[in-house]
Design a protein around this ligand. Structure first.
Ligand code: ATP
Length: 364
């Protein structure tokens, strides 16, 4: 089992001027075997949350509950969780084998042959059987991280806690390890909480994502839910790369408009906005903006000048400015558009998101 609940946990640091609420009333339930990604900008409280679950940090208030029993007061070694760090945190003077077996030798009464068996199994899983007699200094970053993962696996924990485990690896290795880690998590079926600030990791690796900002949970849901139905403007801007475009807009005459463009609203959106006595922000993702022929045929089309063209191989991004904002538009990779060109574009009403400008909450 590995059902984990964070029950209204709060962590405060410092006093007076130095007082920080690093984690603010976080309430999350994680199912047994679930892969949960914890994501958010630097300083949002991801690591502090993970460290509280591991027992390396004590919550100011709230409880951490594992399989129905509070573990908040238990020492890290008594929580049956294994943590993997960005820095690998291997002992430099020990071989890979010693690094993997050390924790079990120190904290359990496990017989040596069982420890050997576990190290053998974990090293097969991680593909490092040939590296067991080497010390960390003789291993590449990727190999060291495999040893660190192997060390977590031998403990056969109920919960894996991973703090940006792939961020010290180069881009290509990171991609390979991402898939491997996902497969491993599925095979072992161990509840996993994985901290990252990497968009791709957040969108592709987990069953659900929990998005934090300023210590507060903004949304928790599947990657598709968070992408398609962001709870607020923060989530909309944070999930998805490049980011959603935002415009301060005015509502009137059945349209949302700026000085440069108007979006004619269908009845459904108009009535959803009618009850709101507030100002609005319109959001649209770069890939939802129409350009070229599709845009010319659209009744709300208008023309903008392109400032920068960025061909990335599979897609090309146009950077422009209108409606008071800097805007990214995604177009076909074969486009012949050049900087300085005028392009016709349109913002289709079916693809827009609308947020309350004051609270940031999603309305449409
Ligand atoms: P990053 O992605 O940069 O690692 P993070 O989301 O993991 O950031 P935390 O490291 O959890 O964020 O920090 C959350 C807040 O708590 C920050 O404002 C940080 O300065 C503060 N903080 C964390 N640890 C301590 C500490 N030991 N003493 C004082 N403040 C701390």
């Amino acid at each position: 089992m590995g059902q984990l609940a964070l029950e209204h946990i709060t962590k405060e640091f410092g006093e007076g001027e130095n007082h920080v609420v690093a984690v603010d009333d976080l309430d999350i339930e994680i199912e047994d075997g679930e892969f949960l990604i914890l994501v958010g900008p630097s300083g949002c409280g991801k690591s502090t949350t993970l460290r509280m679950i591991a027992g390396l940090e004590q919550p100011t208030s709230g409880d951490i509950v594992l399989d129905g029993a509070p573990v908040t007061q238990r020492k890290p070694k008594d929580r049956n969780m294994a943590m993997v760090f960005q820095s690998y945190a291997l002992y430099p003077h020990m071989t890979a084998r010693e690094n993997m077996s050390f924790g079990l030798k120190m904290t359990t009464e496990m017989p040596a042959d069982e420890i050997d068996e576990r190290v053998r199994n974990a090293s097969e899983l991680m593909g490092i059987e040939g590296l067991l007699e080497k010390k960390p200094g003789e291993l590449s970053g990727g190999q060291q991280q495999r040893v660190a993962l192997g060390r977590a696996i031998v403990r056969d924990p109920e919960v894996f806690l991973m703090d940006e485990p792939l961020s010290n690896l180069d881009a290509k290795l990171r991609t390979t390890m991402r898939t491997e880690l996902q497969d491993l998590q599925q095979d072992l079926d161990v509840t996993t909480i994985y901290v990252t600030h990497d968009q791709t990791e957040a969108m592709t690796m987990g069953d659900r994502i929990a998005i934090l900002n300023d210590g507060e949970l903004q949304q928790i849901g599947t990657p598709a839910e968070c992408y398609q139905e962001p709870a607020n403007q923060f989530v909309a801007g944070f999930i998805g790369s490049p980011s959603m475009n935002f415009f301060d807009v005015a509502l009137g005459g059945g349209e949302l408009s700026t000085d440069d463009f108007a979006v004619t609203l269908p009845e459904s959106i108009e009535s959803a906005l009618a009850g709101h006595n507030s100002e609005f922000v319109l959001g649209i993702r770069p890939e939802e903006i129409l350009s070229g022929e599709e845009a010319v045929e659209h009744p709300d089309s208008f023309s903008v000048e392109v400032n920068v063209v960025e061909p990335l191989g599979d897609v090309t991004y146009l950077y422009t400015e209108f409606g008071g904002s800097e805007v990214t538009i995604s177009v076909d990779r074969n486009t012949e558009i050049k900087p300085g060109d005028q392009v016709t574009i349109a913002l289709p009403a079916a693809e827009i998101h609308v947020f309350d400008r004051e609270t940031g909450n999603s309305i449409v």
